[in-house]
Design a protein around this ligand. Structure first.
Ligand code: NAD
Length: 492
């Protein structure tokens, strides 16, 4: 919601974080952040104009080209990153609560992903950069070549609202480790929490201009993508926006990584254990109220055990505690915004108007009249060609699809424009691993799904280009450079 006047709150963030300072915006628009569970005003945040993005990019460029950051050693950067991690960890409780209020994420999940994980990712990359060789000398036909890995430069980081803190840190941490400088443009739906990065950066002594934060909408965000002083875009968001951003980066020959949408499948093999599936279902299909890029919104069930799987998934969904995201007992909170609720409800209508069978949910939960709540919803007998099986709903809406044999299961799982996540469920680990190897997704779990910070994460097909996390997540923030030098020049 965009307004120019209105009551102020103690959570307001009306200034941008540029060059280590809190600066007045050039833009005049104010975004009113709405609490997902109540529909009431949570706080106000200034929306950036092109001039604000320009100021932030210039600060980042100066810090890289002229400031001390471009000349720091890996050990110096690691030390600042660890202080940054400490400063974020000290704020973890407030951060977790704020994000839950912004986007409806259940608080226990928020404590993990917005509270603890950002500091963990920073520490992981601080440790890594102290051990990764950034320069090596190779013998060549005419002498020696110094192969260097240099920072890619100024990074424009664009993040979505569903896991704002950790997804921001998936970009900030490897960028800092590599020696890059950053302009972060968070999503208006989670307008307030990103500035906690600025508070913590200053406390940690991050040099001015190394990290800059400007809230903006799509149009102004696009000026970050095409700004001439930006070297790389790190984007997480929808496939639709990723296509536009990727096209612009292609035109500019600008490096970019794209972490996009998904339509992941859980493949339950015919010897699968229902209790094991149910133990994982909260984390695979309903995590963050279904507002997770890896949400397993398709459950593939063998025809021989189809009714059993449908009944189990339906009773699991029926049993989920829907309510206040700040209550630790809540398993499913509200959708992040009213417009997103409308989108999810429109997909429930798509399901109702297809040949699929609505088994549970399908409406707004009784007694939760305020906020953007939706019932956990399960459709059975969904055809994999239906829109419900092909398009990303991004809510607690699950399609159960029958299959005949392992080959058919793999075929259906792979018959998707997306390729982000997935799982295979069977007590026969060799069989499950065999199926997992055939699934064309960037990640896949066997009898559970849990993102490993130490391993590359990202998508195949329309789910994106490039990888975050693990040592591989550092690669896209480094450029190779070969310096041809004679042996004499190297002092040998
Ligand atoms: P979105 O694409 O609408 O917006 C994401 C961000 O991009 C926001 O900050 C938005 O303001 C900005 N943006 C949109 N268009 C832009 C443009 N043309 N130029 C510059 N900036 C632009 O996505 P969303 O609704 O915020 O997030 C949900 C989507 O993100 C889902 O599709 C989900 O699957 C995806 N996602 C993917 C991953 C992953 O790692 N693959 C993780 C989380 C979310």
């Amino acid at each position: 919601m965009t307004v120019t006047t209105g009551p102020r709150t103690e959570l307001d963030r009306l200034r941008f974080f540029i060059n280590g300072e809190w600066v007045e915006p050039h833009g005049t628009e104010i975004h009113r952040a709405i609490e997902a569970a109540t529909g009431e005003v949570l706080g106000n945040a200034s929306l950036g104009a092109d001039a604000d993005i320009d100021a932030a990019v210039n600060a980042a460029r100066k810090a890289l080209d002229e400031g001390p950051w471009g000349r720091t050693t890996a050990a110096e950067r690691a030390a600042v990153m660890r202080r940054f991690a400490d400063a974020l960890a000290a704020r973890a409780e407030g951060t977790s609560t704020l994000v839950s209020r912004e986007n409806g994420m259940p608080i226990t999940l928020s404590q993990a992903f917005n509270g603890a994980a950002p500091a963990a990712v920073l520490r992981m990359y601080a440790d890594l950069i102290e051990t990764v060789p950034l320069e090596e000398i190779r013998p060549s036909a005419s002498g020696s070549t110094i192969v260097r890995r240099e920072p890619v430069g100024v990074v424009g980081a664009i993040t979505p609202w569903n896991y704002p803190q950790v997804l921001g840190m998936f970009k900030i941490a490897p960028a800092l480790a590599a020696g890059c400088t950053i302009v972060l443009k968070p999503s208006p739906e989670t307008a307030l929490d990103s500035y906690i990065f600025g508070d913590a950066a200053n406390e940690a002594g991050l040099p001015p201009g190394v990290l800059n934060i400007v809230l903006a909408g799509r149009e102004v965000g696009s000026s970050l993508v095409s700004h001439p002083l930006v070297d790389k875009i790190a984007f997480t968001g929808s496939t639709a926006a990723g296509r536009i951003i990727g096209a612009e980066c292609g035109r500019l020959i600008r490096r970019c990584t794209l972490e996009l949408g998904g339509k992941s499948a859980a493949i339950f093999l015919d010897d699968g254990d229902i209790d094991t599936l149910l133990a994982g279902l909260g984390g695979t299909s309903f995590m963050n109220n279904g507002q997770t890029c890896t949400t397993h919104s398709r459950i593939l069930a063998p025809r021989s055990r189809y009714d059993e799987v449908v009944d189990a998934v339906a009773s699991f969904a029926r049993g989920l505690t829907v309510g206040n995201p700040l209550d630790p007992a809540t398993a499913c909170g509200p959708m992040a915004s009213e417009s997103h609720l409308e989108r999810v409800m429109s997909y429930i209508d798509v399901g109702r108007n297809s040949d699929a069978r609505l088994v549970v949910g399908g409406g707004r939960p009784a007694g939760l009249d305020r906020g953007w709540f939706v019932e956990p919803t399960v459709f059975a007998d969904v055809d994999n060609q239906d829109r419900l099986a092909r398009e990303e709903v991004f809510g607690p809406v699950i399609a159960v699809i029958p299959f005949d044999g392992d080959d058919d299961a793999v075929r259906i799982a792979n018959d998707s424009d997306y390729g982000l996540g997935g799982t295979v469920w069977s007590p026969d680990e060799a069989r499950a691993l065999g199926v997992a190897r055939r699934v064309r997704t960037g990640t896949v779990g066997v009898n559970y799904y849990n993102v490993d910070l130490g391993a590359p994460f990202g998508g195949m097909k329309d789910s994106g280009i490039g990888r975050e996390l693990g040592p591989e997540g550092l690669n896209s923030y480094l450029e190779y450079k070969s310096i041809y030098a004679s042996t004499d020049q190297l002092g040998r």
